[in-house]
Write a protein that binds this ligand. Structure first.
Ligand code: THU
Length: 130
């Protein structure tokens, strides 16, 4: 199964009764295994989580900490970009040249690297005071 197929399939399980905006995410980890996630909303709106966060959690829970490819899909007019928080979550586990493919359910897509979607990112070097 490829990333598009995995993300498309898992998206059906998104829990999005408030926004009605279902998102599916698929991550290929360094081992080659694909991990998936969906957005999980909550009646206390800020407690909802994004699809990317779910996929990252599944990857880490399985014992992997390096992602090599990411794909996100939603029923949006243009390819759906991860929110700012998810960009930071993704770069925690992926190098700058990792390809992020953003898709619509209509078949449009756009591919960028993690470095392109999060320039000037905060990293551990900013905490180095010596
Ligand atoms: N959402 C994601 O899951 N991933 C994205 O990349 C963008 C936004 C979710 C959060 C919320 O459940 C819904 O989409 C509307 O913002």
């Amino acid at each position: 199964m490829d990333l598009l197929e995995a993300a498309t399939k898992v998206r059906e399980n998104a829990y999005a009764p408030y926004s009605r905006f279902k998102v599916g995410a698929a991550i290929r980890a360094a081992s080659g295994t694909i991990y998936t996630g969906v957005n999980v909303e909550n009646v206390a709106y800020p407690e909802g989580t994004c699809a990317e966060a779910g996929a990252i959690a599944a990857m880490v829970a399985a014992g992997e900490t390096e992602l090599v490819e990411v794909l996100v899909i939603a029923d949006s007019p243009t390819p759906v970009p991860p929110c700012g928080g998810c960009r930071q979550k993704l770069v925690e586990f992926g190098k700058g040249d990792v390809r992020l493919t953003m898709c619509t359910t209509d078949g449009a897509s756009q591919t960028m690297t993690l470095a392109e979607v999060l320039p000037g990112r905060f990293d551990a070097s900013h905490m180095d005071r010596t």
